[in-house]
Every structure is written in C-alpha cells, then in structure tokens.
Design a protein around this ligand. Structure first.
Ligand SMILES: C[S@@+](CC[C@H](N)C(=O)[O-])C[C@H]1O[C@@H](n2cnc3c(N)ncnc32)[C@H](O)[C@@H]1O
Length: 395
C-alpha cells in the first residue's frame, strides 16, 4: 500500500477527510490536505470521484537532514532509475513549512539540490541524466521540508494529476472572478442543501461555478466526467511504471470510459427546474450559459435570468439560496458594496421567507451590513483571502 497526500484549498481539510475516508485505508489531516494510505485502484477511483481535492501526490522518499548540503546524498539513496526513464523530463518544487522558512530562504536552490540527487543517481546507473522541463514535465515532484526536533524532514512526492483536479473542463473564458471549482463544491457540501429535496438558487452566479458543481452533485455525476471524455490526461499515465502495468492500465481506461458514458447518460436524464441562476450582468449570464452547455445541460435544466439580487423574487416557495457577492478585493468598490450587502439582506428578509440563505464573502466589514442574524459562519480560504460562508434562517 502506498502513501499519498491529497491537497486542497486551506479550510477544506476536514470536508476532504470525510470525502476521502470511504476510499482509503488510513487517513488523517495534514497541512493543506489529507494524508492517506491506499492501494492503486482505490486511489485511481478517488482521482475521478473527489470534488474537493486539488491534486493527489504519491509519496516516494522521506529522509531527515540537518544541513541542506546533505540533501543530494539523501535523495540519491532512492532508486530513481526505477521510476524515471532517461528520456523523461522533470520539475521540482520545494515547499517549506513555517520552521523551514525560518532557516531556508531559497526554495529554488533546494529544488536544485533535489534535482542533483535524482539526476546523479540516474546517471550513475544509466549513464545519462534526465532533463528539467518547467512547462509540461513527465514528472512533477514536490519536495516538502518540515521542521522536526533539531533537524528537518524532507519528503519527495510526485504529482499524479498534471492538470489540477479542480479543472473539470467546463470553464469557458470570460469572467474575472470565478470561484475555484473545488471551493464551490465545498461551499455546497458545507451548506445544508440536500440535492434530492431542495431547490437551489444562486443569486449572483457569475460564471456559473456553483451552478455547475451543484448540477454535478444533483446528477451524482463524476466531477471528472468531461475530463475522462475529453481525454485530458492525468500525469501518472505517462509515468514509465504505469505504462508497464498493462492490467491496471486497461482497468483505468475502462473506468474512465465508464465515467464518461455514465456522466453523459445522467446528463440526459437530468431533472428540470431544480437549480436556478441569476446575475445582473449580461456577460456573466452568457458565460454561465456556456459553462452549463459545455457540461451538456439545457436551459430548462438550469434556468438562468438577468435579475438584480436586491429585488429578486424566487421562482419557488422554499429551498436554499446562495450567493457569492463581490467583496472588494477583485471586483467592485467597498463603499458601493456596503449598500449592495445591506440590500441583499433586506431582500432575503422580504422575499425569501422559508428559505435557508447562504452568503460567501471575504470581507468582514461588508458582511456586517447584512442586517440578519447568522446561524453559522464557516471559515474558508479563497486563495490568500480568509472568507466565511454565512448562514441565515429566513423565517
Ligand atoms: C464574485 S462574482 C461571482 C462569481 C461566481 N461565484 C463564479 O464562480 O463565477 C459576483 C457576481 O455578482 C454579480 N453581481 C454584482 N451585483 C449584482 C446585483 N446587484 N445583482 C445580481 N448580480 C450581481 C456580478 O455580475 C458577478 O458576476
């Protein structure tokens, strides 16, 4: 059984742990993700099932060191020649934890030390060094440095994904502030939206990320369904060991074909009028429509309308309302937004009685403008911005 690390945006670790548990043998929360042990097949199923992980890394080598100069020697003690072909290319990224950052300032230099260790080992066995490629390498390694008592622990892992798992393949260009797909999925999971029972309304849908993730959840469709169909590769498929595992490769190809076929079938049977999207910007409407079209959904599956969220009247009597208003970091201006937040709250009070309401925002001052009592405030991170998913009971 191998050891893996599934990364996710900060704040989502506990949700990711719950999502991963059924697939794996052992799992625990680590910094920025979840550590787990599993066999290969379970891990590959996880790759096309997880809605929350950004990437999954396979742990290859771990060692302790006191001085960075010893890194190449420790790295060389692993049999890299069994994992990397001489024609393969590689990239190494070093991630330092808080203790590591206190001592080591140059992560690029540390990556070079790891690369030297790997390449020297391969040259000593095969006579040639593999080359470095930053854009599209065969192997993208992570070197994680963690402070330990009087020394450091170095962990070398390899990314199995290539393209991040959050890239579902439905995102058209054209919207300035889309949520990351796995963050949108996490917001829905942290809410009490029950896809089987509740209608969902996104009142400020932007590019339609929440709508798309909700549709995938409602239809119980693999988040990687388009990726499997479009044949966007996963980087482990190009790793030499996998190419040699004919049985596993055949099983994986069948798994992807099935995920795509099932996704298409479920889109064909998709229920109508269970998810609604609104925005007051024409371009946002257009991008949302395009997003849903790429997923294979028709207008009646997820109706969209150009409406102002501050006067919006819901098309149904009860359900879950969610919105992700601009919060002044990227779009809009804080003074103008104060009024918008106040009026969102007033409209929820007046027109959304019987709904559970959720507002996702990264601005603590703006959220106070909503004159409603929160029944929950769930912390999340959107990149470097600390955010909250606020819940309101709308009686
Ligand atoms: C931060 S973006 C939402 C991004 C979206 N969650 C996504 O992933 O693409 C905020 C959206 O609110 C919309 N918006 C701003 N003011 C609005 C209003 N008064 N009524 C409805 N939509 C509004 C903007 O057009 C923008 O698309």
């Amino acid at each position: 059984m191998n050891e893996y690390f599934a990364s996710c945006p900060r704040g989502m670790e506990e949700l990711l742990l719950e999502e991963i548990k059924p697939f794996v043998q052992e799992s625990s929360i680590g910094k920025g993700g979840v550590l787990f042990k599993a066999d290969w097949r379970s891990t590959l199923v996880l790759l096309i099932t997880t809605r929350l992980a950004s990437r999954v890394f396979l742990k290859l080598h771990e060692f302790k060191f006191k001085n960075e100069k010893d890194i190449p020697k420790h790295v060389e003690s692993y049999d890299w020649q069994d994992f990397i072909d001489i024609r393969d290319t590689l990239k190494i990224q070093t991630i330092l934890d808080r203790d590591g950052k206190k001592i080591y300032k140059n992560s690029v230099y540390m990556s070079q030390l790891v690369k030297d260790g790997i390449c020297d080992k391969i040259k000593s066995i095969r006579g040639t060094r593999p080359s470095v490629e930053l854009e599209n390498p065969t192997h993208s390694f992570n070197f994680r440095v963690e402070g330990e008592y009087q020394c450091f622990k170095g962990i070398v892992s390899v990314d199995l994904c290539g393209e991040a798992l959050s890239n579902r393949g439905y995102r058209p260009p054209g919207h300035k502030a889309p949520l990351r797909e796995n963050l949108a999925a996490a917001l829905l999971m942290a809410s009490d939206w029950n896809p089987k029972e509740d209608v969902l309304i996104d009142g400020m849908c932007g590019s339609g990320t929440i709508l798309a993730e909700a549709a995938l959840m409602l239809g119980e469709i693999s988040p990687a369904y388009l990726r499997c169909g479009k044949r966007i590769s996963f980087s482990f498929e190009n790793h030499p060991w996998f190419k040699k595992e004919a049985t596993l490769k055949k099983w994986w190809d069948e798994l992807k074909t099935k995920a795509y076929a099932e996704g298409k079938r479920k889109i064909g049977e998709f229920p109508e009028y269970r998810i609604y999207g609104f925005d007051n910007h024409k371009t946002a409407m257009h991008v949302s429509r395009e997003t849903l079209k790429i997923l294979g959904l028709k207008r009646e599956h997820v109706p969209l309308d150009l409406e102002d969220v501050t006067t919006l009247v819901p098309p149904v009597e009860k359900g879950v309302f969610i919105c992700n208003p601009p919060y002044g970091e990227r779009l809009g201006d804080v003074d103008e937004l104060s009024d918008l937040y106040y009026r969102i709250g007033e409209n929820l009070k007046n027109n959304f009685k019987g709904f559970r309401g959720y507002v996702f925002t990264g601005n603590p001052e703006l959220r106070k403008k909503i004159a409603l009592q929160t029944s929950a405030r769930v912390p999340f991170w959107n990149g470097k911005i600390e955010c909250r998913l606020l819940r309101y009971e709308l009686h």
